[in-house]
Design a binder for this molecule. Structure first.
Ligand code: PLP
Length: 408
């Protein structure tokens, strides 16, 4: 029997605990800046207009049924997903050295990649996985759960509230040869701080020099800048440089398909005579891993994304929807910075507009976060991260006032 002593009570997931506390608060001006999901200007979830259209197309399809998808997922979806993230003219696609599987959103993609590396990485013992400090908290658990050792590289500088590029490069230089390095190609979670293209080149050069293995986790393509190609630039650059890499891709944020769990995992082999055969073998092993984990991925979200991605007109409408979301977030960044600067709130606030994507690392400390929650009913994670999508024209004044009062 499992006694309570054998199985200890696990701590509640901090983010989901925060959501629960928010729901239980009945103050009318409460603000939820915790969860990383887009909200419209009325703080409501937003169904993308193009998703509504695709949904209608799907439901009018007389051939629609509820059969299983293949193990590797819907082929029209994975091929479009591949082109979306690697670029339609990707040399790796042309050379048939990419294998793609549909996964349980981005989480499932990171997991499948982690599991594959844990089982098949050619080196014994397996290399350590280097994660940015800080990173999406789930990275720690996902890589640890498959038995890989994890470590950190510096990323965020609390003084500049920007990228600690020197710390990052020197840490990657001193990491053991051939380590696995997890990178966020755009809209870094939780900091909102991304390397510039010049900095990406420096990062690639150190990764090359140290023969590290880059693993890209892309959860916000198109959501960061509003430009799909720009947000995928780093991945495409590394592939053009001939790196072998893993890419996880989420459609949760950029399609607003959070609960439908649409995502893809791509393994890109490096160029060379053996690349095609290696890719075929890797594909066969990934299929076996997928079969034992989930048998086959869920159909609905991938059908929606596939309809949009494979139709030029709907694709253009999707790009418009992406600009609506990223544009509103950029507006909120400007608005918040402007309000804090106008009030003369102690500290500097330019990082609010230089950071990008769903989140901003405000620099507010744990004590201030607590005051904001207890006195002002503003909910955010302890590290001072706010989800920019939680701000809107109705609550931004209240939030700026709350921050100003708390910081003074
Ligand atoms: N990776 C990062 C960096 C994320 O921020 C997220 C979502 O917050 C994910 C992956 C995965 O999200 P999902 O599994 O909902 O696609």
């Amino acid at each position: 029997v499992f006694t309570p002593a054998q199985v200890a009570q696990a701590p509640e997931d901090p983010l989901f605990g925060l959501m629960r506390a928010y729901r239980q608060d009945d103050f009318d001006k409460k603000i939820d800046l915790g969860i990383g999901a887009y909200r419209d200007n009325n703080a409501k979830p937003w169904i993308l207009p193009v998703v509504r259209k695709a949904d209608e197309i799907l439901h009018n399809d007389p051939n629609l049924d509820h059969e299983y998808l293949p193990i590797s997922g819907l082929a029209n979806f994975t091929s479009a997903a591949q082109k979306l993230i690697l670029g339609a003219d990707s040399v790796a696609i042309k050379e048939n050295r990419v294998t793609s599987l549909q996964t349980i959103s981005g989480t499932g993609a990171v997991h499948l990649g982690a599991l594959f590396l844990a089982k098949f990485h050619p080196r014994q013992p397996r290399p350590t996985v280097y994660l940015s400090n800080p990173t999406w908290a789930n990275h720690n658990q996902i890589f640890t759960n498959v038995g890989l050792a994890i470590d950190k590289y510096p990323y965020f500088s609390p003084t500049t509230k920007g990228l600690d590029i020197d710390g990052m490069l020197s840490s990657l230089k001193s990491a053991p040869l051939g380590s696995i390095v997890v990178l966020h190609p755009c809209a870094h979670n939780p900091t909102g701080v991304d390397p510039t293209q010049e900095q990406w080149k420096q990062i690639a050069s150190v990764i090359r020099e140290r023969q590290h293995f880059p693993f890209f986790d892309c959860a916000y393509q198109g959501f960061a800048s509003g430009d799909l190609a720009r947000d995928a630039w780093a991945i495409r650059y590394f592939i053009d440089q001939g790196f072998e890499t893993c890419v996880s891709q989420s459609f949760a944020k950029n399609f607003g398909l959070y609960g439908e769990r649409a995502g893809a995992f791509h393994f890109v082999s490096g160029p060379g005579a053996e690349a095609q055969r290696a890719t075929t073998n890797i594909a066969s092993q990934l299929a076996i891993l997928q079969r034992s984990e989930i048998s086959n991925p869920p159909a609905y979200g991938s059908r929606i994304a596939s309809i949009v991605l494979n139709d030029p007109k709907l694709y253009a409408e999707w790009e418009h929807d992406l600009r609506t979301m990223s544009g509103r977030i950029i507006e909120m960044r400007r608005g918040l910075r402007q309000r804090l600067e106008a009030k003369g709130t102690p500290g500097t606030w330019d990082h609010i507009t230089s950071q990008i994507g769903m989140f901003s690392f405000t620099g507010l400390n744990e004590k201030q976060v607590q005051i904001l929650r207890e006195k002002w009913h503003v909910y955010m994670t302890k590290n001072g991260r706010i989800s920019m999508a939680g701000l809107n024209t109705h609550n931004i004044d209240y939030f700026a006032e709350a921050v100003d009062s708390t910081v003074r």
